[in-house]
Design a binder for this molecule. Structure first.
Ligand SMILES: Cc1cc2nc3c(=O)[nH]c(=O)nc-3n(C[C@H](O)[C@H](O)[C@H](O)COP(=O)(O)OP(=O)(O)OC[C@H]3O[C@@H](n4cnc5c(N)ncnc54)[C@H](O)[C@@H]3O)c2cc1C
Length: 419
């Protein structure tokens, strides 16, 4: 069993072989995942000189390890957003999540990115009847205020989505789908480089220094200077920028891939090839591989850190409970990565002491990260199109959090009990 992402079989992260620039860049970007690369692409296309630094090979972070499921999920749901911010702002926020899905489709098409995009839709099966009822309430609110191509399906009507018994029905979305996440990183990297961005990986930003004309970033190869700075480190930022470290915390997620199966078997499990995410607090997400030969599943397998083998065993149990026909199937890959949360469980974009940031997609960033990267780039340019309905949402800290998310096992134990 390999302990790196299945996706890297087709698109392994590699060094870019680019050196530090000897002149000041218009914009420095720290983090070369979807957020940073998307920002770099937008900026370079607008004629800016851009330098991106990534501590690892590009695609080493969540962008090269995720499930590749495109979605517009915001954790609070439309009803939660309306409760917190009122109808107008709540709907405006939700509409941007929808816009992020259209944006990723547009960008992939515009840049000719070959990343196995399939718009087969998404299905959220309800594990409990009360989940179905809650989902239906939120669905009715969305129907009232927004125009979304989605529908509720009852317990006897989801056979086209997934061949697994016991769900209480669910929500089917038609405008989303999936892609190959590591090929998408590669495609974005090439597009940004084509547009003129200088992308340097692996090279860690070790320190951010404020200068009279902007910022300098210290690295093992020397300092690099920029007039503006964007931090796009999501769940991997550590102590680089304490303001973000105190407000955005990493949460692990693990995935497995099965050995190669017959196409017929995989097609029988996913008749319409939809991406699936269930409704548990400790949720499972699963899908067919783009070539239709494997099943991939992700979740948080253990509350405390565990070996890849133990995590794979736990996820295999989950997989077999969903698809009993896969009980004897071997697992070929297991890998983990960090997603990033803030305390409001909402993506965050903004500026602090002149430093721009975009991150915290709460496990649903395949579409949103590229969209926020683009918006952050426009903000840096002072373009009013960079405004978002997320602007000025509070990014809170907590007195009990100092950069080590010790409370996660406690929260997860609570979630397990609820589930
Ligand atoms: C296992 C897993 C499954 C997921 N599944 C899905 C899914 O199916 N659908 C979905 O919508 N979302 C999913 N996500 C979330 C999604 O992958 C992320 O939201 C998205 O990739 C975030 O992109 P990013 O560019 O902001 O961050 P990342 O891709 O994590 O990039 C951050 C980068 O910053 C770099 N970095 C950090 N510190 C420094 C430094 N000091 N100097 C230089 N570079 C630095 C890191 O090396 C890293 O490459 C999943 C995430 C994981 C981990």
């Amino acid at each position: 069993m390999k302990t790196e992402p299945f996706w890297w079989e087709a698109a392994k992260p590699e060094p870019t072989g680019v050196a530090l620039p000897d002149s000041v860049s218009d914009v420095l970007i720290i983090g070369g995942g979807y957020t940073g690369l998307s920002a770099a692409l937008t900026l370079a296309k607008r004629g800016q000189t851009v330098t991106v630094l990534d501590a690892e090979m590009l695609g080493y972070g969540a962008s090269g390890r995720n499930g590749g499921m495109i979605g517009n999920l915001l954790k609070p749901g439309l009803s939660g957003l309306i409760d917190s911010y009122g109808v107008e702002r709540g709907c405006a926020i939700y509409k941007e999540a929808l816009a992020s899905v259209e944006f990723i489709k547009y960008r992939i098409a515009e840049e000719w990115i070959d990343c196995d995009l399939t718009l087969t839709g998404r299905f959220y099966p309800a594990v409990l009847e009360k989940h179905y009822r809650a989902m239906n309430r939120d669905f009715e609110i969305r129907q009232k205020y927004l125009d979304i191509p989605e529908e509720m399906v009852g317990p006897d009507s989801y056979a086209e989505d997934v061949d697994s018994s016991g769900y209480k029905g669910g929500l089917r979305l038609y405008h989303t789908g999936g892609l190959h996440p590591a090929k998408y990183v590669t495609g974005l990297t090439k597009a940004a480089m084509r547009a003129g961005a200088r992308i340097i990986a692996p090279l860690r930003a070790e320190e951010i220094i404020k200068t009279p004309s902007g910022f300098a970033v210290r690295t093992a190869q020397g300092e690099v200077a920029g007039r503006a700075l964007l931090i796009a480190t999501n769940g991997y930022g550590g102590a680089l920028f304490p303001f973000l470290q105190q407000r955005v915390f990493p949460v692990g997620s693990t995935m497995i891939a099965t050995e190669e199966l017959s196409e017929n078997l995989v097609a029988s499990l996913f008749p319409t090839k939809r991406m699936i995410t269930d409704t548990r607090k400790m949720l499972s997400y699963y899908r067919p591989s783009p070539d239709g030969r494997r099943v991939l599943l992700g979740a948080r397998p253990t509350i405390f850190p565990a070996s890849p083998e133990a995590q794979a065993r736990s996820l295999k149990k989950t997989l077999s409970s969903i698809f009993p026909s896969l009980q004897q199937t071997a697992i070929s890959h297991v890998w983990s990565g960090n997603v990033a949360y803030d305390f409001a469980a909402m993506p965050t974009i903004g500026e602090h002491e002149g430093v721009y940031y975009a991150m915290g997609y709460c496990g649903s960033g395949v579409a949103m990260s590229g969209y926020f990267g683009h918006k952050a780039a426009l903000k840096i340019l002072g373009d009013p199109e960079g405004e978002t309905a997320f602007d000025d949402l509070p990014l809170e800290d907590r007195f009990y959090y100092n950069g080590r998310p010790w409370f996660l096992p406690v929260a997860m134990t609570g979630y397990r009990v609820r589930d």
